[in-house]
Design a protein around this ligand. Structure first.
Ligand code: FES
Length: 315
């Protein structure tokens, strides 16, 4: 994935643990628009690459904004980004979309848990100025830890529903009510911590189809690799042996396939390939349930196969 250099032009503490980092091109030319809900790869000072949602105004073109929460269990990514100063440089990818506003929907229900507000913030701001029907449910541990709350209260107070510091049982009751009251033709969008996402998805599934639920999940799935076996992948007529301890993308790229990768954890969608034959064993956290069941695509950085052979093509 091609990365470009950007300069940190501003740093704003949204909460004690969440910082917004403004990123602009070094020569000051416009950095460009993006589709609300998009994310970028950010290579930080420790050369660790992570995915962050763009959370500024999508129609502003002077800087991209990412909000980074300092994670207790950080492997160096978020911690290092919290040490940045104005004038520092980083590398970023072009924006990509795993979650986007569904044009066919008559109403949009945005559900954010904690730092999951980042894509929802840009989507809400975009829909608000265009008069698109939406509601935003924002779950956070406290007012102090709820990033972008002041601006959301100012810009779209009647669309914003805050659920601060409530118990898990109360969360469930709120979500059930949201589902019950959802107008016909609604689509739902969610982003947040893994357990929260699972809970929301389960509740949404009682009313919404897979196609009506859109999510962004930057958490790698827990993978048990002890049962891995070797298999064969065919690409453009050539066959490649994939050993039990190597990934498909490792072997293909070693042989000159030039498949783009980024996270290599099954969460960014960069390495998705088409499946022409065979049944993948999906191990990613990026494809939807429907896409997994269709078995027409797979994330080749982590997923493997249920058959002895897969025939793949570039996506
Ligand atoms: S490289 Fe990110 S999903 Fe495969």
């Amino acid at each position: 994935m091609a990365m470009k250099e950007v300069t940190v032009t501003d740093i704003v503490y949204e909460t004690p643990s969440i910082v917004s980092i403004y990123l602009a091109l070094p020569d000051g030319t416009p950095i460009g628009h993006y589709v609300p809900g998009a994310h970028i790869d950010v290579e930080g000072p420790t050369a660790i690459t992570r995915q962050y949602s763009l959370c500024g105004r999508p129609d502003g073109d002077d800087a991209y904004v990412v909000a980074v929460k300092r994670e207790e269990a950080s492997r160096g990514g978020s911690e290092a980004l919290h040490t940045l100063k104005v004038g520092d440089t980083l590398k970023i990818s072009e924006p990509r979309n795993l979650i986007g506003i569904e044009e066919e929907a008559s109403h949009h229900i945005l559900i954010a848990g904690g730092i999951g507000i980042t894509p929802m913030h840009s989507m809400a701001r975009y829909m608000d100025v265009r008069g698109i029907s939406f509601e935003l449910h924002y779950f956070a541990s406290s007012e102090e830890e709820a990033a972008f709350l002041p601006i959301l209260r100012e810009k779209c107070p009647e669309k914003l529903h805050t659920h601060l510091g409530i118990s898990r049982e109360e969360q469930t009751a709120v979500l059930q009510e949201v589902v019950k009251n959802a107008p016909e033709g609604s689509h739902a969008y969610l982003c947040g911590p893994e357990g929260f996402m699972e809970k929301v998805t389960t509740i949404l599934s009682t009313r919404f189809t897979d196609e009506e639920i859109h999510f962004e999940n930057f958490h790698a799935a827990e993978i048990d690799e002890s049962g891995n076996t070797a298999f064969v992948v065919e690409l453009e007529g050539e066959e490649y042996d994939i050993p039990a301890d190597r990934s498909i993308v490792e072997v293909l790229n070693e042989n000159g396939a030039e498949i783009d990768t980024s996270c290599e954890e099954g969460i960014c969608g960069t390495c998705i390939m088409s499946v022409l034959q065979g049944t993948p064993e999906h191990r990613d956290n990026v494809l939807t349930k429907g896409e997994r069941e269709a078995n027409e695509t797979m994330a080749v950085c982590v997923s493997r196969t249920r058959d002895p052979k897969l025939v793949l093509d570039y996506f």
